[in-house]
Each structure stands twice: as structure tokens, then as C-alpha cells.
Design a protein around this ligand. Structure first.
Ligand code: PXP
Length: 248
């Protein structure tokens, strides 16, 4: 199975919100996440991710619904485990929902879900979403206890948090990579689909490819950044090329 690329478009909305928060229907409100979604499709994205946060700091509800209605790619709805977000997901009906922790002070999602502590709440959200036909993934740190707890919630997928790996250097990087390899191996043994995301870029993708059993990578910041130099379609295509298995 080829490794799939989910393109996270949140930072397109971040740039728009920097100037046009509150005036989304203005013809000047740019850049447009829906246009970006079409460009990602043209560049070979396998799916799209939008995260409507509780504080609406980047993607707005209307962005998610427009992209869902218009762009023929699987949609991954990243969401906090709240009643409000479960309600939106049930209306939006994305193909996938990725449950993430959310705190108002963080710049971006900073750590994985603690599935052990929040088990009952998470299991209930997983059941409600999956009963509506939405496949659920839990964004967790590469920790074997979290993988085991994720499997017990009934979720079919996990997304391994690669943020610590992305920030590490030297021996620490090797340690983080080993944790990711162990967690992906455990997920596979428990019949959980293993995805990964956060902080993956055009350089560290080479090491990410050492992690076995990964089905999909969710990548945002580096692709949107690269798009400023070469355009989004080309930036997505470049990442897809780097993700393809190397020929011997
Ligand atoms: N996966 C999850 C669960 C995330 O929260 C994020 C960041 O929004 C990403 C993937 C993408 O991370 P990045 O923007 O660093 O590529």
C-alpha cells in the first residue's frame, strides 16, 4: 500500500484570519481555504484535513462545510472531544475524525490525547461518531499504554504524534524514532491503522519513512510554507514524491 498524504489546510485560514477575521464573505478575504483544497487535489493529495478549533482561530465552520460539499477528496475533521465538536462532526459527516486535545493557550496541538485519563469521554465520542459512519482516529503520543487504551475505545485508527521527533536532534532523535517504530508496530499488531503527523517536513520525511505500517501522514505547516515559494499544487506534489518508496 502506498503511503497516503493528508494535507492540513489550517494555516491557509490562519493567514486569512490575520486580516479578515469577521468578514469572511468579503470578496477580499484571502487566501481562500477552498481554493487551497482544489490546489491540494491537483497536486495529488489523498485527503484533506481541517481543524475547527473551539476558539475558531483559523478554520471556520463554513470553511469545513464548503470544502466538504465541493471538493471530491476524503475529509479528515480534526476536533477536540467536546459536545460542540461532536455535534458539528455529525452534521458535517467527514470521512474521518481525528480526536485531539485542545487548550486555548497552545500555538498548535502540543501533545497527544491522554486516552487513559479521558477514557470514558473518548470512548463515548468514538461510538457516536462511528455509529454515524465516520472513521475515528485518536491523536496520541508514541506510547504503548496509549496505543493499548486507544484500541479499547473502539477507534479504528491512531495518529502518532511526531512532534517530539521533529524537534529532536542527535541521540534524542533516534530515541524518538524508536518510540514511533514501537508504537506503530503495536498498533499494527492490534489491528489499528497507524497514521502520523505533526512537524513532518521536507527534510525529516526521510526518517519518517523508517516507521513501519504507516498508512497516512497528515502534513500542514511545511507544505503551506513551501507553497509560498513554489505554489501549493507543486508543494503537495513535491511532498508526495518524497513520500513514495525509493526504488533500489
Ligand atoms: N496532525 C494533527 C493531529 C495536528 O494537530 C496537526 C497540526 O494541526 C498536524 C497533524 C499537522 O501538523 P503540521 O502543521 O506541523 O504539519
Amino acid at each position: 500500500m502506498p503511503l497516503l498524504l493528508g494535507v492540513n489546510l489550517d494555516h491557509v485560514a490562519t493567514l486569512r484570519q490575520a486580516r479578515y477575521a469577521g468578514t469572511l464573505d468579503s470578496p477580499n478575504a484571502e487566501p481562500c481555504p477552498l481554493d487551497a483544497a482544489w490546489d491540494a487535489l491537483a497536486g495529488g493529495a489523498d485527503s484533506l484535513t481541517v481543524h475547527v478549533r473551539g476558539d475558531r482561530r483559523h478554520m471556520q465552520d463554513a470553511d469545513a462545510f464548503r470544502i466538504r460539499a465541493e471538493v471530491p477528496l476524503p475529509l479528515n475533521f480534526e476536533m477536540g472531544v467536546t459536545e460542540e465538536m461532536v455535534g458539528i462532526a455529525l452534521k458535517l459527516k467527514p470521512d474521518f475524525a481525528c480526536l485531539v486535545p485542545e487548550s486555548r493557550m497552545e500555538i498548535t496541538t502540543e501533545g497527544g490525547l491522554d486516552v487513559i485519563t479521558g477514557f470514558d469521554r473518548i470512548r463515548e465520542a468514538v461510538a457516536r461518531l462511528q455509529d454515524a459512519g465516520i472513521r475515528v482516529s485518536l491523536f496520541i503520543d508514541p506510547d504503548l499504554q496509549q496505543v493499548a487504551a486507544a484500541q479499547k475505545t473502539g477507534a479504528k485508527m491512531i495518529e502518532l504524534h511526531t512532534g517530539c521527533f521533529a524537534n529532536a536532534v542527535g541521540d534524542e532523535l533516534e530515541t524518538e524514532l524508536s518510540r514511533l517504530i514501537a508504537a506503530a508496530t503495536a498498533a499494527h499488531a492490534s489491528a489499528l491503522q497507524a497514521n502520523a503527523g505533526h512537524g513532518i517536513n521536507y527534510t525529516n520525511i526521510v526518517r519518517i519513512r523508517e516507521i513501519p505500517h504507516l498508512a497516512e501522514l497528515n502534513i500542514g505547516h511545511t507544505i503551506v510554507s513551501r507553497a509560498m515559494r513554489i505554489g501549493l499544487e507543486a508543494a503537495v506534489r513535491e511532498m508526495k514524491t518524497l513520500m513514495a518508496p525509493y526504488s533500489l
